[in-house]
Design a protein around this ligand. Structure first.
Ligand code: CP
Ligand code: NVA
Length: 320
């Protein structure tokens, strides 16, 4: 092997740079960096010119599960920052046919400057990141959705000011988005009250981690207790992509008391905002009246994926 090839073999696309900044879980990243990303997102939304910092760079987006917002907001945001995108679904990658995440990482690191992955198992994205010489960004797994939380924090602050010290209530399934909310409570210093059926409570080790970080995270089975005085009420689908093989009727029966409807919203602070990561199943976890009502900020929240992820990309690429 020539010396030049050996150099490439050893260093990959990163050219011997320091370890890449992966955006895998909020718990992996310090509060100051997360704050910088959200603030950059807000700056981007205000129209302050971020320039073309991704000029000459390419980002690979890999979706092993469906997506509307994550895919389009990353594609558009990367182009707006001057970069190029290549998007793959599991139908058109060898990852979907059994190539290992490690080998995929080694190869893609030779072509692109960052990788966004939406997948099922967290072990897969961890393996990809371990072997990539470029940053890996978590576009959702069965247990987390950190990009969503960056947009959610930005959205709350846009409407109600700093989130630190505020009370946020979650009602419904203790799913991947709920679990990222728990991590966000620790990193952004807000109180989080989660109301879930006992069977669908978030993992106890995650709650213990958040509390060990000083976070105020409370669990209940009573959605009315959770929303009391809350300035933000959040819910999500009763059946996540990872639950599609389970019994729909059982989940609906368990989750029906947690529906975000007008009666529940009235029990929150009078100026509470309503958030939902979308896609929503109207008439199930959230009623039309609430979703389309004056307290709903769900479409700003969807828009803010575009802006907040610019902050994530710039941080991950060492440009912020
Ligand atoms: N909220 C969210 O991630 O939406 P998509 O599944 O459409 O990407
Ligand atoms: N909890 C949902 C979020 C979708 C963005 C799911 O995983 O399907």
């Amino acid at each position: 092997m020539s010396a030049a090839l050996k150099e490439v073999e050893l260093s990959g696309k990163s050219g011997g740079r320091a370890a890449p900044r992966h955006f895998l879980e909020l718990s992996d990243i310090d509060s100051g960096s997360l704050r910088r990303m959200v603030d950059l997102g807000a700056k981007a939304k205000r129209g302050e010119n971020l320039g073309q910092p991704l000029a000459g760079k390419t980002v690979a987006l890999i979706f092993e599960k469906p997506s509307t917002r994550t895919r389009v907001s990353f594609e558009v945001g990367i182009r707006q920052l001057g970069g190029h995108v290549t998007t793959l679904t599991s139908k058109d990658t060898q990852l979907g046919r059994g190539e290992t995440p490690a080998d995929t990482a080694r190869v893609l690191s030779r072509y692109v400057d960052a990788i966004v992955l939406r997948t099922d198992k967290v072990a897969k994205i961890r393996e990809l990141a371990e072997h990539a010489t470029v940053p890996v960004i978590n576009g959702l797994t069965d247990v987390s959705h950190p990009c969503q939380l960056m947009a959610d924090v930005m959205t709350f602050e846009e409407h109600r000011g700093p989130i630190a010290g505020q009370v946020v209530a979650w009602t419904g399934d203790g799913n991947n988005v709920a679990q990222s909310f728990i991590q966000a409570a620790a990193r952004f210093n807000f109180t989080l009250r989660l109301a879930t059926p006992p069977e669908l409570a978030p993992p106890t080790d995650l709650i213990a981690w958040a509390r060990s970080q000083g976070a105020n995270v409370e669990l209940t089975n009573d959605p009315y207790a959770a929303v009391k005085d809350a300035r933000c009420v959040v819910t999500d689908t009763w059946i996540s992509m990872s639950d599609e093989k389970g019994s729909i009727r059982t989940r609906h029966n368990l989750l029906a008391p947690y529906q975000l409807n007008q009666r529940l919203l009235k029990a929150a602070a009078p100026d509470a905002v309503v958030m939902h990561c979308l896609p929503a199943h109207r008439g199930e976890e959230i009623t039309d009246e609430v979703m389309d009502g004056p307290q709903s900020v769900v479409f700003d929240e969807a828009e803010n994926r575009l802006h907040a992820q610019k902050g994530v990309l710039l941080w991950a690429l060492g440009l912020a």
